[in-house]
Write a protein that binds this ligand. Structure first.
Ligand SMILES: [Fe+2]
Length: 495
């Protein structure tokens, strides 16, 4: 039995393949089309997925008719034809029977069934599903029971996206940049202004209820037009992040008091907010965030919502495969010689972050490495680089929380030794690699540590500016040519 899970026709499309053996493949569409955050499927992705055979059924990640009604209510017209999934898939030559899951059920299932928890409180926060914007579920005995649902237009995610647009960034795409900018601003200057102008006080207390004063589907570029300087933008970002965290605190506090479980599963696009994610450990003993918690991860979640079957995710290496042994020796040699090396080997990561299979790696020590990597990546100064560290050394270098997927912020104990992997506010988004893990990045870190005494590398995604992460050998070659950085793809050849 072959089942495809698909999340597409909105933003950042993805496809997952399940066989009787479990989850075999999952990838963002963009990696195959070369179009960043590609909203649609493409022939290359579908052909690659067909390696496992023709699908017997497809599960779609949300309910199109409900979405159509919401779009109508939001003044976006009657999009029934555009939202017709059968026609959409037929356009790509996919004719299997289609089942549907609801948008937030897909998020909740992606988190709960990939976790190691049998009992869990599941919190999903995003911009919008069909109508839902925040849901809380109780996971118990393999079942998900919805406890709370917040409806459109009251959406903390939609508001955060509107603020992303207000500071001049792209909504539904650049929210992580707003989060990075927050460290450069003063949250106190505009906190009360933003809170009073956007958040309805009646909707705030120690409960998950959110009431937003405005319908923000068309953004809020109208807000405080006199704020135009770069520092104004940083201060808006800082206050936005602070208000957001205040609402997250209320939500998680309510969930921890009203549901029994001490295990939290956090999902939805908002679970990509590393600074806010760290708050979860104040109220829960254990936390699981699937490495791809946004809508693309729902390509996995919609299938699990139907299967109701636990499928823990030991890693995120589920995408396109570049065959060959991980080029450990070549990478160590290059990193020792030049301080920077690219790697594209094995299965690509499913999710927005690179964990060592499509990574640009660097020696994290010294003052010049950040500028050198930034010169290659050409990105804004307010976006920090992340460290990847042998798990057994993580507590020597960082506070908590840390984890294998760069989902939290922790403080570095040696900011002067490792300035490249520390953000303006002194925090780092740490990726740990456990001793039992036999992934390429683990083997590399072990070799790097034994050669240099340093248990850590700087790890950022291998992508040309404005393009998706490198997927195949051609992409890797293009990266190497464009930036003059060696990219190693396997141990065997003579790169
Ligand atoms: Fe979502």
């Amino acid at each position: 039995m072959i089942t495809w899970g698909i999340s597409a026709n909105s933003h950042d499309a993805a496809l997952a393949v399940f066989t009787d053996e479990g989850l075999e493949f999952a990838s963002h569409s963009e990696r195959f089309s070369g179009i960043k955050n590609d909203a649609h499927l493409n022939k290359e992705l579908i052909d690659y997925a067909r390696q496992w055979g023709e699908p017997d059924e497809v599960v779609w990640y949300e309910r199109p008719l409900r979405k159509t009604f919401r779009q109508l209510r939001a003044g976006q017209g009657w999009n029934y034809r555009e939202n017709n999934v059968k026609n959409y898939l037929a356009g790509y030559g996919v004719h299997a029977p289609i089942r549907y899951s609801t948008h937030h059920h897909s998020h909740a299932a992606a988190g709960y069934y990939t976790s190691n928890f049998r009992d869990a409180t599941v919190v999903c926060i995003d911009s919008i599903g069909e109508f839902e914007t925040l849901t809380i579920w109780e996971g118990k005995d393999d079942k998900l029971n919805k406890i709370y649902s917040q409806g459109y237009p009251h959406s903390i995610g939609l508001w955060y996206s509107a603020m992303t647009q207000r500071v001049g960034l792209k909504p539904n795409e650049d929210e992580y940049i707003l989060m990075g900018m927050a460290a450069y601003g003063d949250p106190k200057r505009l906190f009360m202004d933003i809170y009073n102008d956007f958040i309805d006080k009646e909707g705030i207390g120690y409960n998950p209820k959110i009431k937003i004063k405005h319908n923000l589907h068309r953004g809020c570029r109208w807000w405080r037009p006199e704020l135009t300087t770069e520092q104004d933008m940083f201060d808006i970002a800082a206050a936005t992040q602070a208000v957001y965290e205040y609402i997250i605190i209320n939500t998680l506090l309510w969930a921890s008091r009203n549901l029994d479980s001490k295990n939290l599963v956090l999902m939805g696009g908002c679970a990509l907010n590393c600074s806010a994610n760290s708050i979860a450990y104040r109220y829960f003993d254990n936390v699981w965030i699937m490495p791809n918690p946004g809508d693309a991860g729902s390509a996995v979640g919609c299938v699990l919502a139907h299967k109701k079957q636990f499928m823990p995710m030991p890693h995120a290496y589920l995408g396109y495969n570049i065959e060959g042994d991980y080029p450990v020796e070549k990478l160590v040699k290059e990193l020792k010689n030049t301080g920077i090396a690219g790697v594209a080997n094995g299965r690509a990561e499913f999710g927005p972050r690179a964990f060592g299979n499509r990574s640009l790696l660097a020696d994290p020590r010294g003052n010049d490495i950040k500028d050198r990597v930034n010169a290659i990546k050409q990105r804004q100064k307010f976006r920090p680089f992340a460290p990847v560290v042998l798990e057994e050394y993580a507590s020597d270098i960082f506070t908590t929380p840390v984890g294998p997927y760069m989902q939290y912020t922790a403080h570095c104990r040696y900011p002067e030794t490792y300035p490249a992997i520390i953000h303006r506010d002194g925090t780092s988004r740490v990726q740990t690699v456990a001793p039992g893990d036999r992934s390429g990045i683990r083997l590399l870190l072990e070799a790097w540590h034994s050669e240099t005494g340093c248990p850590m590398l700087l790890n950022t995604s291998l992508n040309i500016k404005g393009n998706p992460m490198v997927n195949n050998l051609t992409d890797a070659q293009d990266f190497a040519t464009m930036y003059g950085v060696k990219v190693f793809t396997k141990a065997e050849n003579d790169n």
